[in-house]
Unconditional design. Sequence first.
Length: 428
Amino acid sequence: MKPVKVGLLGLGTVGTGVVRIVEGNQEDLRSQVGSTISVEKIAVKNPEKARNVVVEQSKLTGDPWDVINDPEIDVIIEVMGGVEKTKEYLLEALENGKHIVTANKDLMALHGAEILAKAQEKQCDVFYEASVAGGIPIIRTLIEGFSSDRIIRIMGIVNGTTNYILTKMSQEGASYEEVLKEAQELGYAESDPTSDVEGLDAARKMAILATLGFRSNVELGDVSVKGISQISSEDIAFAKKLGYEMKLLGIAERNGDQFNISVQPTMVSQSHPLASVNGVFNAVYVHGEAVGETMFYGAGAGEMPTATSVVADLVAVVKNLKLGVNGLKAITPYKPKLLTSDEEVFSKNFILLHVDDKAGVLAQITQVFAEFGVSLASVVQQPNEHNPNAEIIIITHSASKASMQKVLNHFESLEVIRRIKSVYRVEG
Ligand code: NDP
Ligand code: HSE
């Protein structure tokens, strides 16, 4: 088979890893696909910038169209990020009959359906394994490995930056700002880390996983999102004391024909396998009706782990080229999307209240829970020499999101409650 020519859009953290793997593993790759793979052209923002990998200067261009419109290029690897302009590039590349590999979850969560439809029309491949959980092959697993099963639940730690921050805050008592800076220097964070810390990056990944797992077209707006920027060291210390670790957890649950997808800081029981997923590591727990519980673990971000998934997708494209089956394995969601109402979404909850330290306060608080049918698992009053108010820590039994919201709304107007300090979902 003739050599396969690749055009790269982006030579940052991931693009650098892609060049290293394609060049460093050339022999292995050729043995698997039966042809040479070479990176022929690379679009970057600034072609004059010093690079962390040796590339011929003549391959670099500042204009992505030079890559998209090059008739010699067979496969485009998109690792530059961005949404609207990048979508335009990729749709045109497909129009030109080029196959696509991308690590861009922002693009796939927002415009995946349109890009995949265009790919099918043009009989081209679009693979995006690296877009969720970096080096973990979870997308292929959901599409192929679980094609015979019905997924009930997907729970994931799918953002490396926030897991790195929470781990360092928990294990070393480090400050939020300090650790975020480290994660940026290590190439884990997005160019604007707001999408990491506010949960949007994880929400995009959960939309992609839920679409594949539930075979329904789940969109970003279907995911309820809360990030980690409000979590204090005090919250993390409380969690640990009670036997939990704080994690930013993505949860996609199926209840009959209905789905519910969320991303939120969650206190995960230390006995749950997800509690010991630390640092930049990601893990995705998948519960299928037939298979039962499974879990996938690995590096969720960073140059080489992410590039591993990208190049594995490239290998898949080239194998399909050899067989002449590109564009034939696209999965189109076929189930209707019905979202679960807040009355039907259940979880245990942790609530930390600052209250007046006087007789009858606890009775008023427990009365509100009783009124809205929320049963309590434990209530503890915690002395705090730095806080003149009493601190009440409550853990509920499983309660509906709607009932919990009613309780919290009621607390806002209860005079004895000085502050609803923190509320977290509890898992395990
Ligand atoms: P970087 O910011 O490190 O690199 C981006 C690259 O794209 C740079 O080489 C930059 O050029 C180039 N670029 C940006 N805008 C343009 C443009 N308009 N025209 C031409 N080139 C452009 O990003 P990452 O490598 O970290 O991420 C790339 C993609 O991979 C993103 O979609 C990200 O979400 C995804 N991803 C990243 C992971 C990670 O661990 N970093 C993990 C999984 C997915 P220049 O070098 O000149 O600035
Ligand atoms: N910023 C992302 C993360 C990169 O921290 O997980 C991997 O998608």
